[in-house]
Design a protein around this ligand. Structure first.
Ligand code: T46
Length: 314
């Protein structure tokens, strides 16, 4: 998946999400009467605007999945507002997250801005949950008055922000854990203009003895794997290349983290249900495991897993 300029041929799929009330009811604008013509007008108007940048979030096959936008770009204030909308077909596949990260890269990179703000309707629980899972928190204050004034009619918004220098791609790291499993930083040595080298050593950086290493590659974008837990096995998971969402569930809490940094590892050392979603084609998931492959250590039924962890904790 990637961002590119919007094209007129994106209009039919853009009109598709606009007419999906389930998707638009939480947005600020009213899209109920929008047509393909309106979508075409929007794309044309956005093409030469210095203050509005709209990008198509597209699949590897270049299919339009949604729009990520930087609006009200204010070079004096060095700020912009972010927004994102995706088609139903793109939900839960990582497109919104990917579009957001690339749009923030553009805001702080080529546009050279210092801050990006966005607002969400206070009753749009799905959107608030989405941003909070990425590690963003609603702002109680500190939204610049000129930005607040722009939307003074809307009294039902909560605000989020990213400032230049924030590690927005890895804000999950500050959480420390995912569903009770530790997020660790793998030692990483940068070399001058020749990349970096990451390493961990058994008995020193990893608390269990490593008996097996395996890796998963050549997975198409948008595909899921996993759907199981282990009874005894302990593992360190990391993604040396690409972008993979890891969904972990300890039987009580279900949380996600995006692995897109070779220096981040997740230690899963207690029974945890896992699912992995390939956000980018050719991403690689590497695992250092505490034991050899034992089919009897797998729990592949979620109901059984719930019983297993229930018994363990009682
Ligand atoms: C896990 C997640 C993160 C082997 O023969 N040896 C091995 O060491 C492994 C790991 C797998 N296999 C066989 C078993 C299956 O026939 O490879 C096939 C695919 O395994 P599975 O469907 O379990 O793959 P994933 O990606 O769902 O899960 C794997 C690991 O199995 C699992 O332990 O935690 O990655």
């Amino acid at each position: 998946m990637r961002l590119r300029e919007l094209r007129l041929e994106d209009a039919p799929l853009m009109a598709e999400w606009m007419s999906d009330e389930n998707l638009t009811s939480g947005l600020h604008s009213d899209y109920s009467s929008k047509t393909i013509r309106d979508a075409e007008d929007f794309i044309r108007a956005s093409q030469n605007s210095p203050t509005e940048k709209h990008y198509a979030i597209v699949s590897d096959e270049d299919e339009y999945m949604g729009t990520a936008s930087l609006r009200y770009i204010d070079t004096e204030e060095s700020a912009a507002e972010f927004s994102v909308a995706v088609r139903r077909h793109a939900l839960r596949k990582g497109y919104a997250q990917h579009g957001m990260m690339e749009a923030l890269d553009i805001a702080f990179g080529s546009l050279g801005l210092n801050s990006v703000y966005w607002r969400v309707k206070a009753d749009n629980a799905r959107a608030i949950r989405f941003f909070e899972k990425l590690g963003f928190h609603t702002l109680d204050q500190d939204v610049p008055p000129n930005i607040l004034n722009r939307h003074r009619e809307e009294t039902d918004s909560v605000w989020f922000a990213v400032l230049r220098g924030d590690d927005y791609r890895n804000s999950a790291l500050s959480r420390g854990t995912v569903a009770g499993n530790r997020i660790i930083r793998i030692k990483t040595v940068p070399t001058i203009e020749a990349g970096e080298l990451s390493f961990f050593e058994a008995g020193q950086d990893v608390s269990f003895e490593i008996k097996r290493v395996y890796y998963i590659s050549k997975v198409p974008e948008g595909r899921r794997r996993g759907f199981h837990a282990h009874k005894e096995l302990k593992q360190l998971l990391f993604c040396p290349y690409g972008e993979i969402q890891l969904i972990l569930d300890d039987g009580t809490v279900r949380e996600e983290i995006t692995l897109n940094d070779p220096s981040i590892g997740i230690v899963i050392d207690k029974p945890t249900w896992r699912e992995m979603l390939w956000l980018k084609k050719d991403s690689v998931l590497c695992v250092a495991a505490s034991d050899h492959y034992k089919v009897e250590d797998y729990i592949r039924d979620y109901g059984e897993f719930k019983v297993f962890v229930g018994h363990q904790s009682s």
